[in-house]
Design a protein around this ligand. Sequence first.
Ligand code: ADP
Ligand code: MG
Length: 332
Amino acid sequence: MHEKLVEVEHLKQYFPAGGFGKNRRYIKAVDDVSFYIHKGETLGLVGESGCGKTTTGRSLLRLYEPTAGKITYDGKVIFQKEEGGARIAESMTPYRKKMHIVFQDPYASLDPRMTVGDIVGEPIDIHNLAKDKKERYDRIIELLRQVGLNSEHANRYPHEFSGGQRQRVGIARALAVSPEFIVCDEPVSALDVSIQAQVINMFEDLQQKLGLTYLFIAHDLSVVKHISNRIGVMYLGNMVELADSFELTAHCMHPYTQSLISAIPIADPKVARSSKRIVLEGDVPSPLNPPSGCRFRTRCPYADEQCACERPAWKEVKAGHYAACHHLDKCN
Ligand SMILES: Nc1ncnc2c1ncn2[C@@H]1O[C@H](COP(=O)(O)OP(=O)(O)O)[C@@H](O)[C@H]1O
Ligand SMILES: [Mg+2]
């Protein structure tokens, strides 16, 4: 039995969006999402832009204060709150070293006025991880080497690097505190396709070497397919399906997952011609005013009355394969 490192239960993150009193409005960016991540595994998280992936990652690290939900890390409840109820929250100080994040845009997340050495060294200083200058310097160089850079890079500034190298700096910075768990928030989305694979391979190598656990976010299923042990699919603030990567791509149950899978280009023209592409109509509705019942129903080819009235329950349909849909039978 695998041990769970991170567990998120009924996580909600609502952002205030104006109005007063009864008329107060909220963007329901994440609305009742539950999942867990085993020690040493990679859980991929996919879904269209704006569906709440970043918010999920940041809320579970408590970079945002969740509206409600329960977060357990390594067997310890670090946050628990019912909506409008009392709150239990552990101090995050010891967890800031264990849980880290790599951001999507390495250009925006690295201070342009700091050298790469100081960027990587900053967390070492904040957490007092080096006893003197020499130890600090050695650690910085070791970290740069781990991500495929070298000592010469330490004195340069972010703008002197390519996108792929900048993302390597961002990863070295995250590794500086020797974390156990990293939220990788679209770490390759801003990179050229030709270097995406290199950076993904590096994430895999580092995971093996350092025993890391990842929540790996991407808007593109083809990016997370290879690196993830299991994949969760989000739509408009909800998790709609979650399963082992192979199981999810071979036997998906949710119509939204089906549309994502059919959008992955197929290299073989014969297979490509015979496979049906499912193109969803319309845009993702606003999380300010999401559809009643199932949030996907306004774009779902199988939607009926029940979908408009009842929110489908999140349930384990097969061992380890979770989904929320009233018409799971139609997709298989
Ligand atoms: N700090 C914030 N304040 C208000 N709204 C936010 C904030 N962050 C995200 N949102 C909104 O929450 C929704 C989910 O955003 P996000 O988690 O960034 O999605 P994703 O990472 O999947 O693209 C979007 O509608 C976005 O506009
Ligand atoms: Mg995002």
